[in-house]
Design a protein around this ligand. Structure first.
Ligand code: NAD
Ligand code: IPM
Ligand code: MN
Length: 346
């Protein structure tokens, strides 16, 4: 039987319950579609940091490299480990080391989910650059704690990095409704963002069948609320994409519905699947977090692994569950009950 090996990193807070829920759904889908999922759990997290002094072992990246894919819950427990330590010790190095440069985040309303907007008919695919830009980590602090303190954090935009994410976005647009929105802030940031706009124009010549429009990030934020139905594929830099996708999550009913895939398009390293949301410390011990975002991310993983039928079945199970009103109101249904409904729908 065909077997896919999956590295499971539950992480912190609700990440543990979310991966457990998603894993049970994915395993069931695999069983019904004639393939196997073999999971190996890695306890890398803030608790692991407190025990060992590191978020993952020194050879953690090498260990992950041999897997077909990674399913991650959430990383971060700011009460005990600063986010600047935990995220730079686990999540961000995985994205960068494995050149998972395309972060794909779909925003649409699932059947039965009431979003906050009047408009219900939108279907946006955000493509976020995931390895450089504002998240490059180039910078430093000097004279810390003194009146002469200086902090520098430089965004890095490379020709290779910008071109590959834009090309990926053009291809996605071509496979959908052939509309691409490229998001920058080139009226204020005159080097990196003007460069991004220039590369967008250069590539547009290769994709005459795709209608491309450049927007400023501030205008895009408003558009996603006022006229999301006018958008198809939206491509943005690392930080802009991060912010826009929490906005995307909000218009689709909340972070409990927002899925995400960190893709290495060349497939020379594993891709990673995780929800958009974090560890939700405010509700972590209540058992009420919505697992749908992680289950949907798992469906994206099955799709990436070539298991299209199983991925489709998981998406159908999600929509059948929400159409029946289960998991649609924040905090009402328990994680266990939503998971049970998903399994029954499968
Ligand atoms: P968060 O996404 O964890 O939570 C924001 C709000 O959304 C909270 O009110 C939370 O209860 C709610 N929420 C999130 N997921 C939910 C779900 N599945 N069901 C119902 N409600 C849900 O963001 P935050 O509070 O800013 O961050 C908490 C920690 O998570 C921090 O350490 C942060 O750095 C980290 N974080 C990690 C990731 C990741 O691992 N990919 C993503 C975002 C934040
Ligand atoms: C996300 C998260 C991360 C990001 C944080 C936790 C570093 O917010 O995946 O959206 O900004 O990429
Ligand atoms: Mn985010």
């Amino acid at each position: 039987m065909k077997t896919h090996t999956i590295a499971l990193i539950p992480g912190d807070g609700i990440g543990r319950d979310m991966t457990e829920a998603a894993w049970s759904v994915l395993k069931k889908a695999a069983g019904a579609h004639g393939f196997a999922l073999k999971g190996t759990v890695f306890p890398w997290s803030c608790a692991f940091y407190r025990e060992t002094g590191a978020m993952m072992p020194a050879d953690g990246i090498d260990t992950l490299r041999s897997f077909d894919a990674i399913l991650l819950g959430a990383v971060g427990w700011p009460a005990e480990v600063p986010d600047s330590v935990s995220l730079h010790g686990l999540l961000l190095p995985i994205r960068k080391s494995f050149a998972q440069y395309a972060n794909i985040r779909p925003h649409r309303l699932l059947a039965g989910v009431e979003g906050p907007l009047k408009t219900t008919r939108f279907d946006i695919l955000c493509i976020r650059e995931n390895t450089e830009g504002e998240y490059s980590g180039a910078g430093g602090r000097i004279h810390q704690g003194t009146a002469d303190e200086v902090a520098v954090e430089t965004s890095i935009f490379t020709r290779k990095g910008v071109e590959r994410i834009l090309r990926f976005a053009f291809e996605q647009a071509r496979s959908r409704r052939r509309k691409l929105a490229s998001v920058t802030k080139s009226n204020a940031q005159k080097y990196s963002m003007v460069f991004w706009d220039d590369v967008t124009k250069q590539l547009a010549a290769e994709y005459p069948d795709v209608e491309v429009t450049s927007y400023h990030i501030d205008a895009m934020a408003a558009r996603m609320v006022m006229a999301p139905e006018t958008l198809d594929v939206v491509v943005a830099s690392n930080l802009f994409g991060d912010i826009l996708t929490d906005l995307g999550a909000a218009i689709q009913g909340g972070l409990g519905f927002a899925a995400s895939a960190n893709i290495n398009p060349e497939r020379n390293a594993p891709s990673m699947f995780e929800p958009v949301h974090g560890s939700a410390p405010d509700i972590a011990h209540l058992g009420i977090a919505n697992p749908i975002a992680t289950v949907w991310s798992g469906a994206m993983m099955l799709d990436h692994l070539g298991e299209k039928d199983a991925a489709g079945a998981v998406m159908k199970a999600i929509e059948a569950t929400t159409a029946a009103g289960i998991g649609t109101a924040p905090g009402r249904d328990r994680t266990d009950a939503i998971t049970a409904a998903l399994l029954a729908a499968l």
